[in-house]
Structures are given as C-alpha cells and as structure tokens.
Design a binder for this molecule. Structure first.
Ligand SMILES: [Zn+2]
Length: 81
C-alpha cells in the first residue's frame, strides 16, 4: 500500500485538475485554479479535458455545473469582468 491521501488540491499533482464550471445561457465558465484566469467554453466541454489558455494547465471540467453567477468570483480573482 503506497497510496496516501493527504486530501489537498495544490495543483502540483499529475493529471488534470478537476474544475467546476458555472453555467451561462449558452456556454459554461470555468476558472483555472493555477493562474486564476476565467474562460468560457461550450456546454459540450463539460466532462471533458481542456488546457488553460494562459498557463496550459490540464483541466477536467466536472460533468455538472454550478448554478451561480461566476462573475463575482472572477472579479475577486482579479479578472477584468
Ligand atoms: Zn491557468
């Protein structure tokens, strides 16, 4: 048994970062946990892997979305919203 479970998400582990997207009328929005850039993606991207357009971090969107406004979060992260 070599598996340990520190229970953290620091972004340095291999594999895509699981990221929750926020639903918009025709798109979803997601924030990169590494560089904190918010991007839009088509709804079909849910459950798929994609790369952050800024830092290239491998992200995997959750198949479900958060039904909440993403803009306050993006603004708090320093995005020009
Ligand atoms: Zn990024």
């Amino acid at each position: 048994m070599t598996w340990t479970s520190p229970g953290h998400e620091c972004g340095t582990e291999p594999g895509p970062q699981l990221t929750a997207a926020h639903r918009s009328p025709r798109t979803v929005h997601f924030g990169c946990p590494l560089c904190r850039l918010w991007s839009a993606a088509p709804g079909s991207a849910l459950g798929q892997e994609l790369d952050c357009p800024r830092c290239g971090l491998r992200l995997k969107l959750n198949p479900f979305t958060i039904d909440a406004d993403w803009r306050p979060i993006a603004r708090a992260w320093g995005n020009p919203v």
